[in-house]
Design a protein around this ligand. Sequence first.
Ligand SMILES: [Ca+2]
Length: 320
Amino acid sequence: MKTGFSLYLLCFISGITLAQTEKIILDTDLDSDVDDVGALAMLHTLADHDRVEILGVIVTSDDLFAPQCADVLNHYFKRPDIPIGVEKGIPLNDFSRYTRALSQAFPHRLKEYNDAEDATQVYRRLLASQPDSSVTIVTIGHLTNLRHLIESTPDAISELSGLQLIEKKVKLWACMGGRFPEGKEANFYRPDPESTKIAVNRWPGRVIYSGWEIGNEIITGGTYLKKSLPTESPVYLGYKLFNDFAGRQSWDQSILLYLISPDSYWELSLRGKALVSEDGSNAWEMDKEANQQYLIEKTTPTEVAKIMDALMVGQYRDGF
Ligand SMILES: [Ca+2]
């Protein structure tokens, strides 16, 4: 306590800002697009520099190899014990351009999809074990598992309902999803718009959205990634198989970059609420009392792309 206070005083006097370590649960649809691979690579670079602590990865996907692929990335970045949750009891498919190949090429612990734990249990256990108002949930896929958390009831893990756990433990839901101020975006409408409606309508706390229009302008994963990554990296293989480093939009990386550098690259909208329709399209309603905001472009997408590409290949500098 005393040492902590002295350090704080020293930093205060010398004008240094101590960067906070954000506790993160990442909820990803690691399957059809490759920006989830980029986001996981970024997340591990940030963890290497104590900017984030990765509490767990929730895989919201019906891809047969998606959880093993998350496991591959966690192993490669030397965090093999990160819990991985999946939705149980759903029909599975083999459709990703890269998850099967990565699972076959790199070491990991999950032999098959169903070796991963139930997502709701992982969510509940991780939240129950953390200090109050300390966890950020980052969603970069569709919202089925988040909806299951919201609707979960007291159990052996916690006497709190899912909503009560969220109210007590979560400080922010950082969501890549929707289009702002209005439009239609895949994480919201495909394959489960009903869960989007429930998650957005019932979420009890603060939400920041990075809409489709933000990441759509930011192209990463091109030649810089190709020449900077070791060819034996699963991130390299993922981007190679996806489109051979032709460059790709960076929807998922955007919300992560916002989270660890919230004042740098985007403005925030005025407060309001996302309004989600039956088909998963969304609009925006201004409301001073509401606790939701969305990102608005400030820095040029080319500049932001350079920072993301650097983080995706493991380069980090203070104060980016
Ligand atoms: Ca995604």
